[in-house]
Design a binder for this molecule. Structure first.
Ligand code: GDP
Length: 445
């Protein structure tokens, strides 16, 4: 999902990366690109306009951050605005003070409503609730049966009129279901209502009648993300006809663009609460605007990474280290260990790498990075005497054997570490001669 948008935005940002500072013209050009990216992703025009205007305003006013370069600042702004447009905070389900909590589902036929009923029921059951699925779609011949199948798969109870009882009255069924839930100690009731292929008055009236009969704690509007631009008008029609508290987006797995997700909150003023991403019951979860924004930008959690780095690195410590590096002398194994521990304190290496932009496709490789390797290196260095750490050249065969014993590794591993250290030292010297280390305090800017 969101592949198109993600690709476009990533390329917008990569063209900014080389810039030292952004002129107004740069910002305008960037905003134009963002606008095109959003329109191509089927985001509704008013939403696009608003979004771009806010990004532009903030980029021009550039909250100057010493931690971020201009490209990163734009990423941060776009990220913030994406979160905003997706709804800001995660909106959680509201439960009734006195059970049962009544959740009513509304949406077009084929939007994935019945499937969603099963997913939501399972999700609730997994959290320790005892949900009851209620079949109020009495028009479509197979609807009741389909819901019963869902209930079975989700291992939850279902409430439906007896088969063969004719068309039945969905409002009465809804009302009875709440009574039934109360008697049977179900703490959540999920009412599946009838859908139509298109919006019609009859559908809206019936949904509104059910709503009035059971006073739901939450009315959820189920929206198929794949219908693209139509999502907005459908959502508006349901907003006027029935009203709803939150949106469930379905079939996000099939939607490469994401326009519906990015428009619906802005257009209806209602948050996206859940997202469905496949046909299986487990392909479902609560919707988190911040995580979704992160995915769209494929910036991993770069901002978190930066924040974490700032928190962990003691400025003075870093400056001292940088001076040592820049002056070219005395980069010892002691410093090596210290540096490694600084990185280590930021969390598991895998997580750190996973937070870097563009690492999305590299998960498999990341899984092979082993923090224990770092810990072994640290153990080796710790088994050395201060003199050895200061000048590893003194480490001869017998010392190697002693260090290996002390750190529980093989003699070869100790030898390899020393060789790698000499190589690193050589590289440091080359890097620091004349050019400084970019981005390091004390390094040339
Ligand atoms: P309803 O008419 O609104 O009750 O829709 P259904 O629940 O019957 O779903 C219609 C079709 O969409 C079915 O074939 C479902 O398997 C499929 N479907 C539902 N949710 C998803 C989803 O999140 N992803 C995908 N790929 N298919 C889905």
């Amino acid at each position: 999902m969101f592949e198109t948008l993600s690709d476009r935005l990533t390329s917008v940002f990569s063209s900014l990366r080389s810039k030292g500072r952004l002129s107004d013209a740069d910002i305008d050009a960037t905003c134009r690109e963002i606008r095109i990216a959003l329109l191509e992703a089927d985001v509704a025009l008013p939403v696009v306009k608003d979004f771009v205007a806010r990004v532009k305003e903030r980029a021009r006013g550039a909250e100057v951050s010493q931690a971020l370069n201009p490209a990163q600042q734009v990423v941060k702004i776009v990220n913030d605005e994406l979160i905003e447009i997706l709804g800001g905070e995660t909106r959680r389900l509201r439960y009734a003070k006195t059970p049962p909590t009544v959740i009513m589902l509304a949406g077009l036929q084929g939007s994935g409503k019945t499937t969603l009923a099963g997913k939501l029921a399972k999700w609730l059951r997994d959290q320790g609730h005892a949900p009851l699925l209620v079949a109020c779609d009495l028009q479509r011949p197979n609807a009741v049966q389909q819901l019963a199948v869902m209930a079975e798969r989700a291992e939850v109870a279902v409430f439906a009129p007896e088969p063969g009882n004719g068309v039945g009255d969905p409002v009465a069924v809804a009302r009875q279901s709440v009574e039934h839930a109360r008697r049977q100690q179900h703490d959540v009731v999920i009412v599946d209502t009838a859908g139509r292929l298109g919006i019609d008055q009859e559908l809206m009236r019936q949904a509104a009648d059910i709503r009035d009969a059971v006073s739901p704690d939450e009315v959820l509007f189920v929206l198929d993300a794949m219908i693209g631009q139509d999502a907005v008008s459908t959502a508006q029609a349901f907003m006027e006809g029935v009203g709803f508290d939150g949106v469930v987006l379905t079939k996000l797995d099939g939607d490469a663009r994401g326009g519906a997700a990015l428009s619906v909150r802005h257009v209806t003023g209602r948050p996206i609460m859940f997202a469905s991403t496949g046909e299986k019951l487990a392909d479902f979860d609560a919707f988190h605007p911040d995580r979704m924004a992160g995915r769209i930008l494929d910036m991993g959690d770069i901002l978190t990474l930066i924040e974490q780095a700032q928190k962990t690195f003691d400025e003075q410590e870093a400056a001292k280290m940088a001076d040592k590096l820049v002056s070219g002398d005395g980069f010892t194994l002691e410093d090596f260990l210290e540096q490694m521990m600084m990185v280590r304190r930021m969390g598991p290496i895998k997580n750190l790498l996973g937070m870097m932009p563009g690492m999305g496709q590299m998960r498999d490789q990341l899984n092979q990075v082993d923090d224990r390797d770092l810990d072994r290196i640290a153990a080796i260095i710790r088994s050395m005497t201060p003199a050895e750490r200061q000048d590893p050249k003194v480490i001869n065969g017998s010392r190697r054997a002693r260090i290996a014993r002390g750190s529980g590794v093989t003699v070869t591993e100790v030898g390899n570490l020393v060789i790698r250290f000499f190589e690193a030292q050589k590289m440091m010297r080359r890097m620091t001669q004349g050019i400084g280390i970019p981005g390091m305090p004390g390094g040339r800017k």
